[in-house]
Design a protein around this ligand. Sequence first.
Ligand code: UTP
Length: 405
Amino acid sequence: MEPAPVVELAGDARAAAVARGEEELHAGRVAALLVAGGQGSRLGFDGPKGCCPVGPVSDEPLFFFHARKLLARGRRYGRPVPLYVMTSAANDAATRAFFASRAFFGLAEEDVFFFSQGMWPALDPEGRVVLEAPDRVFLSPDGHGGVLAALERSGALADMEARGIASVCYFQVDNPMVDIADPAFVGLHVSEGADWTLKVCRRTGAAEKMGMPVLRGGRTAIVEYTEFSEEDRCALEPDGSLRFAWGSPALHVFSVPFLRREAAAGLPVHLAHKKVPFVDASGALVKPDAPNAYKFEKFVFDALADARKAVCLAFGREEEYAPVKNRDGEKSPAACRADLSRKWARWLRAAGVGVPLGADGRPLRRVEIDPAFADSPAALAARDLAGVDPAGDVLLSDADAPASR
Ligand code: UTP
């Protein structure tokens, strides 16, 4: 196992990739794929995770930021970027109702396609199926890897093919900073003729919990941090840098023919030992204090082994990675809001608006930019910002596309 090669796009190479990606977007050959079927157990939010508020000023939820970025892309390129949302039986109805109650955040309803992933039973240590009620088997989502079969089963893949989609940008619900349908990412993918292109960022240190891109038997793979030996996770180059320097935050572009091939692929099954409430022999509901059952999950990155060509693209995590995983502390909603404010303050300062910063470099006020108002530093600089008062909290919304509450 050795580190996978990583492309760092700059200068003319970046400009060429952007131009190629923009061609794809203008031609309507790009779609977005959001996996939102997880249970969000670490966050413990009541409802679909995508409804969790993260807007530093507005309290808008994760779904808002994803949808508004696609709205911006669709307007810029004159063709919609259709959004495919994977839910699970536990949150499908609530997710659909939420999008409808917010008028699809300004997107056309026919460009949003919901589909549900599979559900699997859990087993106790004796191999017996766990019941959640005397007449009901406990079921949980089959992992983000379930997306490959669910796309085909639901008709979503056929819908993509009918629309002439060539590249599908996969992202997770928990990261509101993701640059969805990034032209450079799509452009590199298409010009390389790759089945799969993935963004990777520098790990903050040996302890960061992230999958890592490696070459194994000449093929690109992502190995979960749990499956790395301590020695490999901490290995250093002679200059003191990490040997496995890059991590994968689950930002992918897939080609549609690859998704078609993978629909029938059998992915390996991973075990998770978890606390699962169950009914005992007397029919009483028991809430265990310790893990009591094995859940089964598929991981989407296991399909990388089937990619004929895979490319890793470096990106800056400050701009694009602030996931909401935990209730408090690191990777919490509060940490995400602070990262969003910092990013948008950077954009505003680059556009000439003097948002004041504290000694630690963080903005002293909360800053929020609706992606439909500006989805990049260049788009922001092209806006009239004369009326923005940086002395208070800043909220820049798009008056032309209100997202009804
Ligand atoms: P995570 O592995 O972070 O899981 O999912 P989670 O369910 O959100 O949170 P925990 O681990 O229970 O705290 C990464 C992404 O994959 C999606 C999630 O919705 C999230 O966008 N996912 C995960 C699914 O769509 N289905 C699954 O079965 C599992």
